[in-house]
Design a protein around this ligand. Structure first.
Ligand code: UDP
Ligand code: MG
Length: 315
């Protein structure tokens, strides 16, 4: 049984895999015990799976899983976590933005007794300003609203003790915001500050829509404050309406000015309409998730698994 398990999801990363394997295996060679490298192909359309197969043929430490279609990064990592055999697990991105050379430093903290070592980005100079601005604001809003202590500027790059991964594997939820779930379990957690590299090759696989989806997922999974927002807005509108009614009454009784104004009415209608639609939308986010959860579908489907010294099967 390997002692260390590295989990790396890859989606259309054919141009990164050779370099990734080279750097990761160099780090694995230096470790003091056996390690396994679990690569998850998240339904890639390029040569990713072929490359994974050939790595697996060449190197017994390489395990690969192939998801039957693209399930998204969080689910791909989840699938990998379901297959780990080590005592300690490290999750990295497949584009070399998370330097594998830091693994020994993460392990040093694990040996000191930490159950979770999450990598925290110090700067993101290598990413565009828009992405940085969105990420910066999102992490801070989430920190305010979340019902658990969620550290800012941390991604999925982390080390987790086996006990933490076992708990994550027991969590049945479909809408997985892993960095939140990881914080939720508790235990001894520590940040490890690092400078995030830029993508080695290929293009970003997290489109704006996927990032936004992840952000909404994080918010909805860890906070019910948005639901209260409609109550607050409702109360605010009610107060506004009463004040306006009193004002109109005052004008009618004590002055001889009459209220005219199509604009006022139009604005009021649009405002109330907007508040209602936004509230329904927020409700929808939660109800949609309830619906997804109650369906109890499996989290992912696998089309192929390659693992030596254990199960080797394929369909
Ligand atoms: N990824 C994945 N499935 C997806 C999208 C991304 O497995 O649907 C993987 C991708 O191959 C990479 C990691 O998730 O290893 C992070 O993606 P990316 O670098 O595109 O996003 P970033 O986090 O850098 O914005
Ligand atoms: Mg990346």
């Amino acid at each position: 049984m390997p002692k260390y398990s590295l989990v790396i999801p890859v989606y259309n990363e054919q141009s990164n895999i050779p370099a990734l394997y080279q750097r990761v295996s160099a780090v694995m060679d230096e470790l003091d015990d056996r390690a396994e490298l679990i690569l998850i192909d998240d339904g890639s359309h390029d040569r990713t799976l072929e490359l994974l197969r050939s790595l697996h043929d060449r190197d017994d430490r390489v395990v690969y899983l192939s998801l039957a279609r693209n399930f998204g990064h969080q689910i791909a990592v989840t699938a990998g976590l379901n297959y780990v055999r080590g005592d300690v697990i490290i999750v990295l991105d497949g584009d070399l933005q998370d330097p594998p050379e830091l693994i020994p430093d993460l392990l040093a903290l694990w040996r000191q007794g930490y159950h979770v070592v999450y990598a925290q980005r110090t700067k993101r100079v290598r990413e565009g300003w828009f992405k940085r601005l969105c990420a910066y604001t999102f992490y801070r809003i989430l920190k305010q609203l979340a019902n658990v202590e969620l550290p800012t500027d941390t991604g999925d790059f982390c080390l987790m003790d086996r006990s933490v991964v076992d708990l994550l594997n027991q969590m049945p939820e479909r809408n997985r915001y892993l960095r939140g779930l990881r914080a939720w379990v508790g235990f001894r957690q520590i940040a490890f500050k690092f400078d995030r590299d830029s993508r080695y090759a290929g293009s970003v696989k997290y489109t704006f829509a996927k990032s936004l989806g992840l952000a909404i997922n994080g918010l909805v999974s860890f906070s019910i404050v948005p639901l209260r927002l409609s109550t607050y807005l409702g109360l605010f509108s009610a107060v506004l309406a009463i004040v306006m009614a009193l004002l109109v009454l005052y004008w009618r009784v004590f002055t001889n000015s009459t209220l005219t104004g199509f604009a006022t009415i139009a604005i009021a209608i649009f405002f109330i309409g907007a508040v209602q639609l936004i509230s329904i939308g927020i409700l929808g986010e939660y109800i949609g998730r309830i619906y997804e959860e109650v369906k109890h579908r499996p989290l992912y489907t696998l089309s192929e698994v390659g693992r030596k010294l254990g199960i080797v099967d394929s369909e």
